[in-house]
Design a binder for this molecule. Sequence first.
Ligand code: PGA
Ligand code: ZN
Length: 432
Amino acid sequence: MTEAAHRIARVSARRVWDSRGRPTLEAEVHLPGGVTGRATAPAGASTGRAEARDLRDGGAAFGGYDVTRAVRQVRDTIAPALRGLDVCDQEGLDRILIDLDGTPDKHRLGGNACIAVSMAALHAAAAAARLPLWRYLLGGEPASLPLPEIQIFGGGAHAGRRVDVQDFMVMAVGAGSFAEALDWTAEVYRAAGARLADAGRLQGVADEGGYWPAFDTNEEGLDRLVRAIEDSGRIPGDEMAISLDVAASEFYRHGRYHLGLDRRVVDSDALGDLLAGWIDRYPIVSVEDPLAEDDATGMRRFTAAVGDRVQVVGDDYLVTDAARVEHAARDAACNALLVKPNQAGTLTETRAAFDAARTAGMGTIVSARSGETEDVTIAHLAVGWRAGQLKVGSFSRSERMAKWNEVLRIEEALGAAAVFAGARPLPRPPAP
Ligand code: PGA
Ligand code: ZN
């Protein structure tokens, strides 16, 4: 029997604006007595081919990114179908969204409409239970605060392809708490910016708030990161490690990798060797999408070479899809999953991919998109699902800081019960 207070009274949607100044969809799920859940769809720029498709208007207005059709789908199709249903039955609600859409990539209703409604329903369920979302998700299990993965330099599709590697990031593997990890990262971010400014190379920030780099080579990003870590007073490797999102699909054409900045065109083996060389020479603990989404052979080869030492993360390669995760686990093509709810289109499908990764012994990193808003759902998912890691972009711009700040609040609320994941989610380096 569904409690009357848990029956969905109304679902609504509106157009709001994301961090790139583009339209995006915000959904609300209303319960009796004024209880409401709200969530906003994020948007990627370097998207995987197999991810859920946003429904956009096309045409001239706002570069074709408008979402009036997706808003209409929520009002006309989704809202009537969900009215009266139990908001606590996330799987049941998501199943209705999946069936109503009826396409493999959610292009009919729109991945943006589906994920916003799915997340809004979760918020409403937590509100009805009078619990913060992270605590509602934990369901009595002990909490784990995620190791943050934070961008210092932004490149690729997020910075006019000024450098090929998309994200140069740090992970505070030696920090004792989430708050300390942010303290250390703030100092690295500041030090990296100061050096760039001194060198006359500071060109503002990229889409996720990392510095927009004017590097001469991709490798210069690694040198500058190590220097920034040292400048900040931390020990590279032991305290502050480096992680990369290569997003290699973005520069893969006709079976070759086009490193524009390095003026080199290389095959899969050569790119794998180049990255493995960086892993030998720099304190790198994680590499995302080292090879392209179509290059399964390259992914397997790379993971066989370095997967015992570093985390090899599938983003475009796995697109938060349970079947792809299971396949990649069988193939040993990577050893960690980037978890982006809007790639899947519903939270139930996101959770299925997450569970598949866990079952296979893979790491899990809950992740934002390059287009974001003040929505902090992913901060709650990272804690409530005990993902171990959280990737949000850089350490500037409020759509990023909103997520980091939310985890700070959660850590404070946990008090003595707060356990920081630290370096535990990462593969162990081989003993010297
Ligand atoms: P996207 O980038 O949101 O533009 O896809 C983020 C990432 O590649 O991890
Ligand atoms: Zn990525």
